[in-house]
Design a protein around this ligand. Sequence first.
Ligand SMILES: Cc1ncc(COP(=O)(O)O)c(C=O)c1O
Length: 277
Amino acid sequence: MTYIYYINGKYVAADEACLPLNDLGIVRGYGIFDFLRTYNGVPFKLREHVQRLQKSAELIGLNLPWSTLEIKAIAQETFNCNHLPEANIRIIATGGISTDFITPSGEPSLIVIVTPVTEYPEAYYKQGVKVITVQTQRFIPGAKSLNYISAIMALQQAKQVNAIEALYINQHHVLEGTTTNIFVFRDNKLITPKENILHGITREVVLELAKNEFEIVEQPIYYSELNSCDEVFITATNKEIMPVTQIDDLQISNGKPGKNTQCLIHLFRNYTRLTNT
Ligand SMILES: Cc1ncc(COP(=O)(O)O)c(C=O)c1O
């Protein structure tokens, strides 16, 4: 099956989509992206994802010439061209071509890649997952830049010990995962960091759904506090809400997903599957 991608004004077959090799996204990693998915064939929180893309661009000083509505329309049209029941949609903007390989000399490039949704095994949600920790902090954490070097390296490390995600620790703070945000429950209080992270769209939805059920505190989480947490979970577009039952060698909630996390998984699934139409 050949997918249709959007690239700089054209909708083309995936294997015909190309960028000049002197694009700053390639030679300097200068660019940003966003990633969303559909539920019921409708892009979920498309406006929020496009606005975050625009904010990421602003944070790295990349001037995007397109409005929110224009980017939304291109993402929607690329999804429509692919006739997939459900899809992941990746929107990428790079610095565009550069004659000296460092100074932008043209318009930014805009790319939209649509692929089928891939789901994680249901066992991950029923039994929980293992994650590791690594010492690092993302560069300009509020931006979803193209620089995922630490993420790729940390995930290789995670894989070696059968963990599915790595959490970034900086100055004893547990910030976020390579592609996820972190939440913990302590005494029925839902806690999640607010500073030096990417503000996940899933995180926002979880905070909105949880506010009627639990007290919420947005504050730093210290690594040393993890052993007194009742429950831990991570959130992301492709993982939704995933219970964490092991962090490094520390077992969380007796090795089983806790009831508050299960309650939020249920609320999140209902919200995405029943209301995104
Ligand atoms: C560093 C980082 N934090 C958090 C997230 C979660 O964001 P979202 O819920 O919008 O997918 C991502 C997503 O890829 C990410 O890369």
